[in-house]
Design a binder for this molecule. Structure first.
Ligand code: BO1
Ligand code: ZN
Length: 257
């Protein structure tokens, strides 16, 4: 079959057979239990370029998820908070499940959410995403959880249009003047959990500082459902979340807003 999947012999419990790092001790996602977190005040996170529309983006269905990358214009960056150095945007993508009771990768107090957004940035001192995979401070993922709202979130209109256009595996669509990351996220980013973890897909590299925001982004049931209509190698991509992994010796910090 393909390189990895979410079911049967290609599913998450088999990833370690081909990808050593997937059986490591600092894997993601995790269940964030509020009784176990350490409260800590980090310096402010500095978001640069998040307030500007993206000049041109490409949205693609890669068979594992729907992913947005920038094809024209300066990538937004983050620094501060728990990070040392500056991280540049490389792509964003989503994880979801068969129904609204599951689908997020990270959980909070054993609770799953129907959708999770990963905004992936790499440490600019390593120059490329690929190089950054070799260093423990190589990547940061800004991770957002969604909640079901009775009203449609109009900030997702452009993205929903792209979702329709990329239902076929490997389909892609270019969009000019895409909504800013501030608007795409739309919530107060003050309170967050942070921990050291990994990519949640092979090669499962343990190089990710996770920033998991406590507030959720509201979207309608219909908006979530459109993700499940994408095609993968075998039929609809109904779910693409990895189960939670053991915390082992790690600490989770909570920065209150
Ligand atoms: S995630 O945010 O932890 N779910 C995550 C998982 C994988 C990647 C980024 C974030 N990136 C993938 C690329 C692949 C590449 C692989 C290893 O990393 O999408 O194209 O092969 O470099
Ligand atoms: Zn992801």
């Amino acid at each position: 079959g393909q390189d990895f999947g979410y079911d049967g012999s290609e599913g998450p419990i088999h990833w370690g057979e081909k990808y050593q790092q997937c059986v490591g001790k600092h894997q993601s996602p995790i269940d964030i239990e509020s009784q176990n977190v350490i409260e800590k005040s980090f310096p402010p996170i500095v978001y640069d370029g998040f307030d500007q529309n993206l000049e041109q983006v490409n949205v693609t269905n890669n068979g594992h998820t729907v992913m947005l990358s920038i094809t024209k214009g300066e990538p937004p960056t983050v620094s501060g908070g728990p990070l040392s150095g500056t991280y540049a945007f490389t792509q964003l993508h989503f994880h979801w499940g068969q129904n609204d009771s599951l689908g997020s990768e990270n959980q909070i107090n054993h609770q799953s959410f129907p959708l999770e957004l990963h905004v992936v940035l790499y440490n600019i001192q390593y120059e490329t995403f690929k190089n950054a995979l070799d260093y423990e401070d190589g990547l940061v993922v800004l991770s957002f959880l969604y909640s079901v709202s009775h009203t449609s979130n109009s900030k997702y209109n452009q993205f929903e249009e792209a979702l329709d256009a990329v239902r076929d595996i490997l389909a892609s669509k270019e969009i000019d003047n895409f909504v800013s990351l501030d608007d795409f996220v739309g919530i107060d980013r003050g309170a967050y959990f942070t921990y050291a973890g990994s990519l949640t897909t092979p090669p499962c590299s343990e190089v990710v500082t996770w920033i998991e925001y406590q507030n959720t982004i509201p979207v309608s049931r219909e908006q979530i459902h459109n993700f499940r209509l994408l095609y993968s190698h075998e039929g609809h991509l109904t779910h693409n979340f990895r189960p939670v992994q053991e915390l082992h010796d790690r600490s989770i910090y909570f920065n209150r807003s």
